[in-house]
Design a protein around this ligand. Structure first.
Ligand code: GLC
Ligand code: CA
Length: 566
């Protein structure tokens, strides 16, 4: 299936806002992220795979999502779980074959779901043929595909550090040179200043577009235009020049959704990235709201409580700044982040309530919402002994910090709170052994709470977190004010309640969220009680409050009201 076949393929009578209507389909879309190794194993090797995903397409259609972003499935030695690609045009045998991928694209299309691939363009694996060539000699035509500096052993060009620990420079004795890597030693950075590199990348992307993918997520895209001599990694001087060329040469030739991962994005930069003229991407993932619970200027491992008022301030700023001149992505979770319910909700007594509250807050805002696998079930963080963690970032950090004299308990507390494996434990499908994820030995331990928290307990079960998400997704399709309405923060200084309005010509929509485990007074309720309650996470909300409950939001209570104007 090629580009533009959506109207034919979609079993839902075509995708709203598809080609020709002028409106971008991804503005009304909800996107689901799959971390393939942890989603569904189909052959008992303990690792999720493409056939496993195909098996679960009914589940995704039931949730109502429009597209699925797959974390990398290309060929890879898996040093960083696939974010180290050794062949961009083949599938890793662990996940299946190219035929499986083509089948997934086609079958997903029958369910009205587009497949979004993860493009890792900042670096390759050290086993990529380009890198093998590059390090075979300074005059090899591929040498300049990577970033090299002459030097002496033991004296790297500067003191830059890699994200996963250690120096960002790795010595190659036979060349008398260092190569640059922002991530692990096995993820050498590509040299985007070399036009041949860019050209090869564009051709590869065109090849995937021909296969009918619905879009791309661009891994650490703000780091491609690095300038290591100036110690610049993110937002390099040539960044937007390269991105515009990339977009022109590839994405603009199709009707794709594109989302760049940009840790260093400000709203001003995001306006460039997501400019409505389509010159760069559809949108970016920004992380300002995600980085709030760490100590100022420190690493994510250096924990700090969530500053609630700051969260409001940040989300408000993004909503307001991008209105009409950019587009937000809306997310709490991904494969690099801890589970939101354990982070800013309560994964104990109020797990379901707080999971739904956080979902309401996010899905009520303007932008394209993303759901990370298991978030729609209220899946939680884990606490494992260190041997059970698989993530390279977590393991390296543990070693470095223990060596540096941190107390073991302190290091483990950081891992429990922020480790990436929190998001990577197997999807909890049912209460059978290994949560229905695999018949074999899972590559990473299943969260022990799977008998309680799983899809089988929730799909079709009124009041479940899953059904709540399903309803939120459906609301977005039914009420244009959710897509287009202007955002206005209310109760800015309220220390417990996050409240905002959305407004278009015909409607006003109010979202109220109590972020805490105690009741919270909210004087907005009185004037909205008579309006339509679109969704709420307490069953009797809107039924008319008892006298002592009037004007009160219960622990983690969320409500979304709709009022007709005029
Ligand atoms: C991105 C990915 C992360 C990966 C890193 C290096 O941040 O989301 O999982 O480790 O890039 O590719
Ligand atoms: Ca498998």
């Amino acid at each position: 299936m090629g580009q533009g076949d959506w109207q034919k393929a979609g079993q839902k009578g075509g995708i709203p806002g598809g080609l020709g209507s002028g409106r971008k389909w991804w503005k009304d879309a909800v996107i689901y992220q799959i971390y393939p190794r942890s989603f569904q194993d189909s052959n008992g090797d303990g690792i999720g795979d493409l056939q496993g995903i195909i098996r679960r397409l009914d589940y995704l259609e039931a949730l109502g999502v429009d597209a699925v972003w797959l974390s990398p499935v290309c060929k890879s030695p898996q040093d960083d779980n696939g974010y180290d690609i050794s062949d961009y045009q083949d599938i890793d045998p662990m996940f299946g074959s190219l035929e499986d991928m083509e089948q997934l694209i086609a079958k997903a299309g029958e369910h009205g779901i587009r497949i979004i691939m993860d493009l890792v363009l900042n670096h390759t694996s050290d086993e990529h043929p380009w890198f093998l060539e590059a390090k075979s000699g300074k005059d090899n035509p591929y040498h300049d595909y990577y970033v090299w500096r002459d030097g002496e052993p033991g004296a790297p060009p500067n003191d830059m550090r890699a994200c996963f620990g250690g120096s960002a420079w790795e010595w190659v004795p036979q060349l008398g040179q260092y190569y640059f890597h922002q991530f692990s030693v096995r993820q050498p950075d590509l040299n985007w200043d070399n036009p041949k590199v860019r050209q090869e990348i564009y051709e590869m992307i065109g090849w995937w577009m021909e296969k009918g993918v619905g879009g791309f997520r661009l891994d650490v895209i703000d780091q491609i235009a690095k300038a290591p001599d100036e110690k610049i990694t993110g937002n390099g001087p040539m960044l937007h020049t390269y991105i515009r060329e990339l977009s022109r040469e590839t994405f603009q030739k199709g009707d794709l959704v594109t989302v760049g991962e940009a840790w260093g994005a400000s709203p001003e930069l995001a306006k460039l990235y997501s400019c409505p003229d389509g010159s760069e991407f559809s949108m970016v993932f920004q992380f300002e709201h995600i980085e709030l619970d760490k100590q100022e200027g420190k690493q994510k491992w250096d924990l700090a409580p969530l500053p609630f008022l700051k969260l409001k301030e940040v989300l408000n700023r993004w909503q307001v700044s991008l209105y009409g001149c950019g587009w937000n992505s809306l997310f709490w979770d991904n494969h690099d982040l801890p589970r939101i319910v354990s982070r800013w909700g309560d994964d104990g007594k109020y797990r379901a309530e707080s999971a739904k509250m956080l979902a309401t807050l996010l899905h009520g805002m303007q932008g394209t919402p993303y759901i990370y696998q298991g978030e729609e079930l209220g899946m939680t963080n884990v606490k494992y002994p260190i041997e059970d963690y698989r993530d390279i970032e977590t393991r390296n950090m543990y070693r470095e910090r223990v060596q540096a004299g941190y107390r073991e308990e302190e290091v483990m507390a950081s891992i429990y709170a922020k480790g990436r494996d929190n998001a990577r434990t197997p999807m909890q499908w049912d209460g059978s052994e290994n949560a229905g994820f695999t018949n074999g030995e899972p590559w990473i331990r299943v969260n022990p709470n799977y008998r309680d928290i799983n899809a089988a307990n929730q799909v079709g079960v009124p009041g479940s977190v899953f059904e709540y998400y399903r309803k939120l997704v459906a609301l977005r399709k039914g009420y244009p004010v959710l897509t287009d309405g202007r955002f206005k923060l209310l109760l800015e200084e309220d220390e417990k309640v996050f409240a905002y309005l959305r407004e278009d010509e015909g409607h006003r929509l109010l979202v109220l969220c109590n972020f805490f485990g105690e009741p919270a007074k909210c004087n907005l309720i009185a004037s909205w009680e008579k309006e339509t309650l679109l969704i709420g996470n307490y069953e009797d909300a809107g039924a008319g409050p008892g006298p002592e409950e009037a004007g009160i939001l219960r622990p983690y209570e969320a409500r979304m009201y709709l009022a007709k104007k005029g």
